[in-house]
Design a protein around this ligand. Structure first.
Ligand SMILES: C[S@@+](CC[C@H](N)C(=O)[O-])C[C@H]1O[C@@H](n2cnc3c(N)ncnc32)[C@H](O)[C@@H]1O
Length: 370
């Protein structure tokens, strides 16, 4: 029987995200009910949520605050009542603030922001940015995840996004965006953030099946065993996709979402992770090997590791050879359980890969027994 797609998965898009079916097939093939499934590069949390929905326990980590916020919102779901009450309270609090305060903050931001958002929308976002406790509070983290998923998007196709015209998956650079908006005479529309959040919460939280609560930490994959001491020797299955060799920089692509979570009002690189996009293969494979080593103390002796990987500048044989070498450096008896499977990157994902990532139009799937 095919399961219905749960809208919670799509709360916020993520570059190189797994399709849910990829996770479900591997979770069903290589783990049992109540086993622990883990993803050290969890992105938008597909492995975690899909494993929980399949009756497994699940945990994961990512170094990027956007990935942490979205994945943990999925792993520790609040109730709809908790979220709607909090939205109403936040709206009331906002209405008691002095509008001049937000005007001053708007004017202090780079020009990008004033063309990206309608003035009152930006004031509401500035308030929410200042008050939401997304690191520690379950309901507020969920609200932050809803905002991250709607912060920018295709204004011409939907009224669901807060920004001027922009792709939904990644945020383009400020200068490019400003030029594009000016050349095409595009202006942001008024969006009432608080009023839009309630139906968004309903859509994401309705019809959620009962399932376990997952664990998510914001940490480097190389250090996960220190952050999950209770999971030592507990993990039956890993389903993961590390950053691909020389393909993209998550931190730059997510810069506006990172700003909303307290980051700088401009794209940065290397403040969140220096491993998003390794250009040199030797550094990249060192990082991948160290990540397996970081994970090793958490794995059961019978564990399986499922990896999806792509790269620029390596053909599929070389990618397979290098990955096997990295896994065997940590798990000397590791073997491939299945022939590696190749899939072509198509549709929107391929289009987003193309501008900066010419050449990476395939991904490989591997299943290792360690
Ligand atoms: C290919 S994406 C994972 C996408 C994920 N499979 C999904 O479905 O959304 C790779 C992830 O690795 C994260 N990352 C980069 N460097 C990291 C590090 N040193 N430790 C942990 N995560 C890291 C990036 O932030 C990004 O979210």
């Amino acid at each position: 029987m095919t399961k219905q797609r749960l809208s919670l998965h799509a709360i916020c898009p993520y570059f190189a995200m797994f399709p849910e079916t990829f996770v479900r097939e591997h979770v069903e093939a290589y783990s049992k009910k109540d086993d622990w499934v883990f993803d050290p590069f969890c992105g938008r949390g597909t492995t975690i949520l899909e494993s929980l929905l399949s009756g497994r326990n699940a945990a994961g980590s990512d170094i990027n605050p956007v990935a942490f916020c979205v994945s943990r919102a999925k792993a520790e779901r609040p109730t709809l009542d908790q979220v709607t009450e909090r939205i109403a309270q936040l709206k009331e609090d906002y209405e008691q603030t002095c509008p001049d305060q937000w005007k001053k903050m708007r004017l202090a931001l780079p020009p990008f922001f004033r063309r990206a958002f309608f003035a009152s929308t930006l004031s509401e976002l500035l308030f929410l940015r200042a008050v939401l406790k997304w690191r520690t509070d379950r309901a507020e983290r969920f609200i932050a995840a809803l905002i991250l998923g709607s912060l920018h998007g295709e204004m011409d196709r939907s009224r669901a996004y807060f920004s001027n015209q922009m792709p939904r998956t990644i945020c383009l650079k400020p200068d490019y965006s400003l030029r594009y908006w000016r050349d095409n005479e595009l202006f942001p529309k008024k969006r009432r953030v608080f009023d839009m959040l309630r139906p968004k919460a309903e859509c994401r939280l309705k019809d959620l099946p009962e399932c376990h609560t997952g664990k998510v930490k914001m940490t480097d994959a190389r250090r996960v065993s220190n952050h999950f001491p209770g999971l030592r020797k507990q993990i039956a299955l890993v389903v993961t996709s590390p950053p691909y060799l020389n393909v993209t920089r998550y931190e730059e692509d997510q810069w506006l979402r990172l700003w909303f979570l307290g980051g700088e009002p401009r794209p940065t690189y290397g403040k969140v992770s220096k491993d998003d996009r390794h250009a040199r293969a030797s550094n990249y494979w060192k990082f991948i090997k160290e990540s397996w080593a970081g994970l090793a103390p958490l794995l059961k002796d019978s564990a399986r590791i499922v990896v999806r990987l792509g790269a620029i500048g390596l053909d599929e044989d070389e990618l397979t050879r290098q990955l096997k070498t990295s896994v065997r450096a940590v798990f000397p008896r590791a073997r491939l359980v299945l022939r590696p499977a190749r899939s072509e990157i198509v549709g929107c994902q391929a289009q987003s890969f193309l501008p900066s990532s010419k050449g990476c139009l395939f991904e490989m799937d591997y299943v290792f027994a360690v």
